[in-house]
Design a protein around this ligand. Structure first.
Ligand code: PHE
Length: 340
């Protein structure tokens, strides 16, 4: 009889009570003089005494359920959770509302900036829509120089001199024009390149640029600053190496790798079998760039570096596909809950 009562409860929950007629039919079927409850009461009386307690409780529950369903239907609560008569306790406090999380790019951006702030760098920002001068010419990219093709540029149709900045180095130029050394700046921002979107490239991403200009700034200062950054960010035993490279606005220039390891198959794959991973570009600010901005290159020297926030975040959390950052899939973002 117990199983029968449980099956009946499920049945009561399923019945559709669309209108007053349906409620009346339901009432007669269950509570009427010849209704099912009557039969059940009779069966209950015949049941063995030791089962009566449990069966009595179930019978009561069934009756309550029938009454609740009729009440909910008659008071017009036909839609929503209440009318499903799911037997839930509606007085129970609601579950917590899930809070948003910090985006992994924000977490990493903040951490990188924090490290440089502790070294005395201050934040500076500039416009995303720039002119040719601040993105290219002022950074020692000659007209028609093939180096301009290193960065596929989005131009503004109506105003060919305007473009979306391809790197945050444009902020360097603005700062050098406006301020005298010494300066120690960290420049985060969004940049744009005309690239097909894939797992490894996007037409919009984030960079953080650093600039330090003073008397007697040397390549050794640059190296030490970057080593300190790498060890703060990736761990105290992190090793870095500098490879010669080329940027029009720095001379000499280098690319910096961190040692990642070669132990696992994943290590081998992401480091292409070398154990090293590139994290940024850097160099000594080219004297032409200083002079163009009105800074005496015989008195002052400086270094600059630039890194991609997406790239560093992918390394930190071993994320394989850049597009995940911009799809806002809650299942992806939820993994960074608790990071600040
Ligand atoms: N602006 C360079 C880029 O976007 C990075 C860089 C910045 C290199 C500063 C050297 C110095 O690729």
């Amino acid at each position: 009889m117990r199983a029968q009562l449980e099956a009946l409860m499920a049945k009561v929950l399923e019945v559709e009570l669309k209108d007053a007629d349906a409620v009346e039919v339901f009432r007669v079927e269950w509570l009427g003089r010849k209704g099912r409850m009557k039969d059940l009461m009779a069966a209950f009386k015949e049941a063995p005494n030791e089962q009566k307690r449990e069966l009595g409780m179930l019978l009561n529950q069934l009756k309550q359920l029938i009454e609740e369903r009729m009440e909910a239907a008659s008071s017009g609560l036909q839609s929503g959770i209440a009318s499903t008569g799911s037997g839930e306790d509606y007085s129970r406090p609601a579950g917590g509302i899930p809070m948003g999380t910090h985006h992994p790019l924000s977490v990493v951006r903040k951490e990188i900036i924090g490290i440089f702030e502790r070294l005395g760098f201050t934040i500076s920002e500039g416009p995303e829509i720039e002119d040719d001068y601040h993105v290219f010419s002022g950074l020692n990219f000659p007209e028609e120089h093939p180096a301009r093709d290193m960065q596929d540029t989005f131009f503004v149709d109506r105003e060919p001199d305007l473009l979306l900045r391809t790197h945050t180095s444009s902020v360097q130029v603005r700062e050098m024009e406006q301020h005298d050394p010494p300066m120690r700046l960290i420049m985060p921002g969004r940049v744009f390149r005309n690239e097909a979107i894939s797992a490894r490239a996007h037409c919009m991403f984030h960079q953080i640029e650093g600039l330090y200009i003073d008397e007697d700034v040397s390549f050794a200062d640059l190296k030490q600053t970057l080593l300190l950054f790498a060890q703060e960010f990736f761990g105290p035993d992190t090793k870095i190496r500098l490879r010669p490279s080329y940027f029009p606005f720095t001379e000499p220039s280098a690319e910096v790798d961190v040692y990642w390891g070669l132990e696992t198959e994943v290590d081998k794959r992401i480091t292409k079998g070398t154990g090293w991973l590139e994290i940024l570009g850097c160099g000594m600010v080219d004297p032409n760039v200083l002079e163009a901005a009105g800074i005496d290159s015989r008195k002052y020297s400086g270094f600059a570096f630039g890194m991609g926030v997406e790239r560093i975040t992918m390394l930190r959390y071993q994320i394989g596909d850049l597009r995940a950052f911009f799809e806002n899939d809650a299942r992806f973002l939820d993994q960074f809950r608790g990071q600040h």
